[in-house]
Write a protein that binds this ligand. Sequence first.
Ligand SMILES: *Cc1c(COP(=O)(O)O)cnc(C)c1O
Length: 400
Amino acid sequence: MPSDRARSLDATDPLRAYRGRFVPSEGVVAYLDGNSLGRPLTASVERLDRFAREEWGGRLIRGWDEGWLDLPLILGDALGEHVLGAAPGQVAVADSTSVLIYKLARAALDARPGRDEVIVDRGNFPSDRYLLEGIAAERGLTLRWLDPDPAGGVTPEAVADAVSERTALGLFSSVAYRSGHLADMRGITTVLHDAGALAMWDLCHSAGVVPTPLDAWGVDLAVGCGYKYLNGGPGAPAFLYVRRELQGELRQPVQGWMGSHAPFEMGQGYRPADGIRGFLTGTPPILAMQPLVDMVALIAEAGLDVIRAKSIALTEYAIELVDAELPDARLASPSDPAQRGGHVTIDHPRFAELLPRLWAAGVIPDFRRPDGLRLGCSPLSTSFAEVEAGVHAIREALAA
Ligand SMILES: *Cc1c(COP(=O)(O)O)cnc(C)c1O
């Protein structure tokens, strides 16, 4: 049974009604991993069914001319408006985050000839680091590694110490996937710009839960994933943002027909399409974009600022419970909510061993090496009672 406190937090939650819009998950007591895989919306189940019957089955190949070809940009504009703070024509849905990092980082480096360094941090997600290692080898570049506090993240000061007239690009995550640290995106972007470098952000752990007004903050490039707080489903396509003023200057290297100026002329010699379409490569994953349509609409309806306020309340509550009930666990996330994204990480040497037992009991956080449990709170689907049930279950598993 939830405590009075959890019950009253849920009763006064302005977003409480949205929980009923998600597909029920039988046997799940506390889903604390919406930052890895968001839950499906009932509307998306219906949309997928309708799409398969009416559009795919009904319209067949004609569907491409009846809206599918434009969906990557239409959905991109909706993401720009409701999630990313980007004016139309700068966002597209495509590929995976990993592939988009390659496309945009390569394009950015080619646009800064004569500069041979890229700044990246050891706390960044593996793909980000691995892709830059590959590009550095391909282009003879040097990676300048930052080593942030594992319970924190990259700061403008650390970037300022590493940046120079040799820096072409800095690539960082808005919210660190392990610690949940929310970077000062605007401050770091300014430090990079002052040195003549480009700023690229990986928004996987912020998109849909933390506002990141990309246009207002002068961000050059961004990528992010569709299956975390955007609830697109396993392997949902990712999104990319390229600041309008850079679109003519940047040329991405994975040149496929869908990014060309006239795909259906099937002509000789690649010439990129104008604008954000030139950053596409192959046939867009229309089927896999369907759930994103619903989630972006839901975020627009609820309002990203209200979502962020509940996200802070959920993580504050999680930390309060951890402090009270798990005295041996160590908070491995920033304690200041202004420096924290939508999840909280706690470390304990026994968490690896406890995880299977928690999952079997329907309590689903995730584990990150070496000994961290991430408690992900997805404001539209997570209740305060769920957070409480999760922390109680962890306490009991530790006591057993
Ligand atoms: C989840 C995540 C990714 C995932 O990339 P994929 O190509 O979708 O596998 C990349 N970067 C960060 C920071 C992430 O959290």
